[in-house]
Design a protein around this ligand. Sequence first.
Ligand code: UD1
Ligand code: CA
Length: 464
Amino acid sequence: MRTCAVVLAAGLGKRMKSATPKVIHNLMGKPIVTYAVEAVKAVEGVSKVVLVIGRHSEDKLTSIFKDDPMVSFAWQEKLLGTADAVKSGLNALNGEQFDYTLVMTADAPLIRAETLQGLIDRHISGGNDVTVLSFVTLNPSAYGRIKRNPNGTVKCIIENPDATEEERLIDEVNSGIYVLSKDALPLLDKIQINAKKGEYYLTDIVSIANDNGLKVEAVRQMDEDEFLGINSRQELLYALTALKLRINRHWMDEGVTLMDENTTLIAPSITAIGRDTIIYPNVIIEGNTTIGEGCTIYPNVRIVNSSIERNVVIKDSTLIEDSTIQEGAAVGPFAHLRPGSVIGKKAKVGNFVEIKKSTLGFNTKASHLSYIGDAEVGDNVNIGAGTITCNYDGVNKFKTVIEDGVFIGSDSQLVAPVKIGKGAFIGAGSTITQDVQEGSLAISRVRQRTILDWVKSKFTLNKQ
Ligand code: UD1
Ligand code: CA
């Protein structure tokens, strides 16, 4: 049993008022079209996905799927309607035959793979030739109406402009998702152009199949949100909201505490958040991020492509990108971990600290106002407030090595390349330009001078 999925994506999407093709717009970190493609790929028996695209969007769409061996492309030269789009898709198969064709719109990202699976299972078990997925909605005006016979079987689909007043009251509508058996495909050629719109309507296949004695069924689904088609920015936001809640509720079911399901954004790409992790409002978790058990993530934190191990605390307003935070460490508030940072077990990165491409060892602390870039910092190091690794001379980047147990006094500059040996001390306010040997004290500030009674004498002088 072989199934081909034809995903229709040639429409213009004018209502988005955008320079970007509609189905490429970002929805929680991925282009809209990838949701439909992933859903059809997850259906049992689907071995090929044909994406039907228009000339206006070809480069942008093909580049998204260029590394996916299951996806191929078909061009619809003129946008002559949904039936013409399906025919364009089938033509691109070059005679390859499939038992079933699953037709799906590219702009319905909330569809679940299970729903498509249920549709195709029903199509097969019912011995159908054409199966349409329908749903009931309070606001049917944007959709084709499912017209049923008195015995409940489906008669035809009527598009809104062609519907009578009475037909417009029908609240069961066409999702735009269908399964067609091999025997039903020749019917596509029998579809006549719709005079009003000058398009070939795929929906007409229902009445034509009936007229030709084929078996047609409309399968009704309950969750209206799954079929939301994105045509405008408002619908894009609506889809985002629905998807966000679906994902957040999933994580709560998995044992994660959320303080606010409306302002927490967890991308669909996230596969691991450990139990008993607590997430405060306004937290965004994106990309290839994993979070361990028992973490606390305070408000206004964004984590991108990072690995957060268990029992980590991330305090308010912190940005973490392409980094690793090991077990029991604490980061923030107002910290920025830039790509390539590794924060060791039980380490602490505090207020207004920026770290780039650096490793901090076990129990090392950089608690306030520091920049640490291109550095390798050992275990049990204390980095005083205002410490800066001067890693850039305007042309090249250099490395700073700080070995285990070092104490760096506040407001020090470490001019790289430089190495501070094990257990060494750096006096506060030092500018370190040479390596410091293990166990030594380096101090480079000007010795203090105190002029007694200077203020009084100056004050008296000025008065005269
Ligand atoms: C279509 C259905 C309608 C259904 C609704 C569900 C028809 C005639 N109507 O209406 O019954 O309720 O979807 O959302 O089929 N496309 C192409 N090439 C074309 C035209 C469209 O690829 O020439 C693609 C679009 O990119 C889109 C999909 O087909 O992904 C549906 O087209 P659209 O114009 O949005 O159809 P609707 O008017 O929404
Ligand atoms: Ca549509």
